[in-house]
Design a protein around this ligand. Sequence first.
Ligand code: C2E
Ligand code: CA
Ligand code: CA
Ligand code: CA
Length: 271
Amino acid sequence: AKRAGGNRAVVFQPELQETALRTFKTEQDLFYALDRGELVLFYQPIVALPGERIIGFEALIRWHHPERGWITPAEFIPRAEETGLIGRIGQWVVEEGLRELAAWPGTELRLSVNVSPRQLSDGALHDALARALEREGVEPGRIILEVTEGALMDQGAVRELARLRELGCLVAVDDFGTGYSSLAYLQRLPIDVIKIDREFVSALGEDPKADRFMRALVGLAHTLELRVVAEGVETAAQRDALTAMGCETGQGYLFSRPVPSTEARALIAGA
Ligand code: C2E
Ligand code: CA
Ligand code: CA
Ligand code: CA
């Protein structure tokens, strides 16, 4: 940036302008990414504790950009939400994810799919999901829709979730514990699973309070007859602590990173 006299920087900041341009390019590119087949789903195992048997996978989107390489969802999902493109992307995730699930052997494995609040506003997800379930002949109870607490604070979104649940799908609260909402919704709302955020898992073993807090969360979930998944399990010590607390499922780099479908199928075959 140019410097004016003394120590004041002038407003023109090339870095900022570059970010804005990059964002704009991303939006344009993202618009075509779907049609060009640049969006890809990776799959991360969710395992039973103890024993680490794979019980399902979470679908996590990536964008393979022809020039920029792999782009993480943190970089483009917020843009997609702002521009409304998330609707089409979300439909693609459901179609692609269910096609993959249908190719897995047996009928036990579940697939978790992330759903943005904005996808709950127009009914398009419901129709895409209903069609994909029908086409793939998948039992609806094998699908878990992951929503954050924020989405549960909106009346319209909650009604839409209830409608999705009527299809027979399950609903999970993602990143549980990171929102600022009242816990009352746990009793009231159409949910089946809570996914305890990585923040609480990574604190395990560092402070006795963190351990007691986690134990209380698992207990609360079970009291309400909800299932629990601990996210972001990275160490054997965390796994063991969670297992001792009665947390029945875990997900994290300790078990596996998110992998492409071919590797997911190999994990299933090797299990
Ligand atoms: P999330 O739903 O909370 O997904 C978990 C994130 O944690 C994933 O990041 C995953 O790769 C990462 N993770 C898993 N295990 C570990 C671990 O042991 N340690 C650490 N440090 N991280 C771990 P990812 O794939 O980059 O996704 C980020 C977020 O993007 C997701 O957070 C989700 O909110 C969003 N997202 C991903 N796919 C989709 C999608 O298809 N639709 C929508 N709407 N959002 C998506
Ligand atoms: Ca998730
Ligand atoms: Ca999460
Ligand atoms: Ca998260």
